[in-house]
Write a protein that binds this ligand. Structure first.
Ligand code: CO
Length: 463
């Protein structure tokens, strides 16, 4: 029998570092090991998108586009992969289609191969433009489902979604489990159902948070999974992905074809060990995030959301209301049509649960974001929002028709360009500014100072 191949996506340059060290891995720290990563035999290297873009500009004084071009040059044999939040690009608000298209096109132009595209509500209309443009620009679009558990998220729901994604032209389907709540049994059933429904490679992304990840991947592979997301061992485990080397050995032993070269993986691991130690020493890497927290397997509330809930209550001097807020959370989620608990919907639900408990009356206090959600600005909810609650929150205002992004002004790019003037040197600068206005502007200012210094230095030298 022919051996079945399982591909690996290495996450150390993006999700692993985002999950464990708040994305503080600078390009300089990556560069020395990139040639080894390039030779290791990965299916793809996740290296951009998610929080990397913001953190580059905000904390690392790096131009994210320049980082991408450098990665492209140093990883000539690898498929570069990024994470994109559909119509939200890299943030949490909706952008007009023109901006989404320009961003995707610029990402591909600067070297991106695979764009994994997801939406917090799994509304395929929030994925359509980004997928279309990726395919048009010659990239590979990976259509992701944000995995969640609720009475309305059945195998059928997911199968219908992946069929839609297939029609849109994606190159693969990704099951994205951001909270680590996908158990081995559920993974087996879900992968089997998707494999039956579409003729596309299926990728799985999970986190080791609850401790199920190794088993979940194994059962997923047994059901036909084609690619798994893993992190090189020093940056694996806990809130990150399970270890690349371990899964490589286990799957090879079970008779699967794995292209990874073990001695090269060992070199990569050796390189990252002292880096991990550095972040641990500096306090950037919190040992707690390396542990196992099975709590959310029982109530399905992601760990990050629990700590948010607790800190919100603490700030309001109402820590004693924690249990009550915990019970209120799934009720609010049901009222609002069972959105997956991922940023930003997890914050919306958590904050509203706290408000309901504190006020002693449900939906007495409602934030602007919940109101926007009820107007339909986030997209179509998995189940309808409770009509009575929706009417109460909207208070006479009517919900929007069709896609919210279509109602946005289409001159955002030109406006940003005009605002920036000569502070922007290329289209990429304008896109950075649109994604993170204040942060990008600060970065441009520092960059201009650096250039000025270099110029005056060369003048002095010339004298
Ligand atoms: Co992730």
């Amino acid at each position: 029998m022919e051996k079945r191949r399982v591909g690996f996506t290495e996450t150390v340059l993006r999700d692993a570092s985002q999950s464990l060290i708040a994305t503080r891995l600078s390009y300089d720290k990556m560069e020395p090991i990139l040639d080894k990563i390039d030779q290791a035999g990965y299916y793809s290297v996740e290296c951009w998108g998610g929080a990397t873009f913001d953190v580059c500009l905000r904390f690392l004084d790096e131009d994210p586009w320049e980082r991408l071009r450098k990665l492209r040059a140093k990883l000539p044999n690898s498929k570069l992969q990024m994470l994109l939040r559909g119509q939200n690009i890299l943030g949490y608000k909706h952008y007009p289609d023109d901006i989404v298209r320009r961003f995707v096109r610029a990402a591909v132009r600067n070297g991106m191969d695979i764009i994994r595209i997801f939406d917090a509500l799994n509304d395929v209309e929030n994925l359509r433009v980004a997928i279309e443009e990726t395919v048009d620009a010659g990239g590979m679009a990976s259509g992701a489902i944000s995995y969640t558990i609720s009475p309305v998220h059945t195998l059928e729901t997911y199968v219908n979604m992946v069929k839609e994604l297939e029609k849109m032209g994606v190159s693969s389907i990704c099951i994205k489990d951001m909270a680590g709540i996908l158990t081995p049994a559920r993974a087996y059933d879900l992968v089997s159902a998707i494999k039956d429904a579409v003729d596309l490679p299926v990728v799985m992304h999970t986190h080791s948070t609850t401790g199920t990840a190794f088993m979940t991947y194994l059962k997923g592979v047994e059901a036909g999974l084609d690619v798994i997301d893993t992190a090189i061992s020093p940056f694996s485990g806990g809130t990150s992905q399970p270890a690349t080397e371990t899964l490589c050995i286990v799957l090879k032993e079970l008779g699967y074809e794995v292209d990874l070269d073990q001695p090269t993986l060992k070199e990569i691991a050796e390189y990252f060990k002292p880096i991990r130690a550095e972040y641990l020493e500096a306090g950037t890497l919190n040992p707690i995030s390396m542990g196992t927290d099975p709590q959310c397997l029982t109530h399905q509330i992601p760990g990050g959301m629990l700590s948010n809930l607790l800190s919100q209550l603490k700030m309001l001097g109402a820590s004693d209301k924690y249990e009550e807020a915990l019970r209120e959370t799934p009720r609010v989620r049901a009222d609002l049509g069972y959105p997956p608990l991922v940023t930003p919907t997890s914050q919306l639900i958590g904050t509203q649960a706290v408000q309901n408990v504190l006020a002693g009356e449900r939906y007495k206090n409602v934030g602007t974001e919940i109101r926007a959600y009820c107007r339909g600005e986030y997209g179509r909810t998995p189940a309808p929002i409770d009509p009575e609650i929706r009417a109460m929150i909207l208070n006479g205002e009517s919900p929007i028709e069709g896609r919210y992004a279509a109602s946005l002004p289409d001159d955002a790019f030109q406006k940003a360009e005009a605002e920036l003037g000569d502070r922007a040197t290329c289209e990429e600068d304008v896109l950075s500014y649109i994604a993170f206005p204040q942060v990008a502007d600060n970065f441009f200012e520092k960059r201009a100072e650096r250039i000025e210094k270099r110029v005056s230095y060369s003048i002095t030298r010339a004298d």
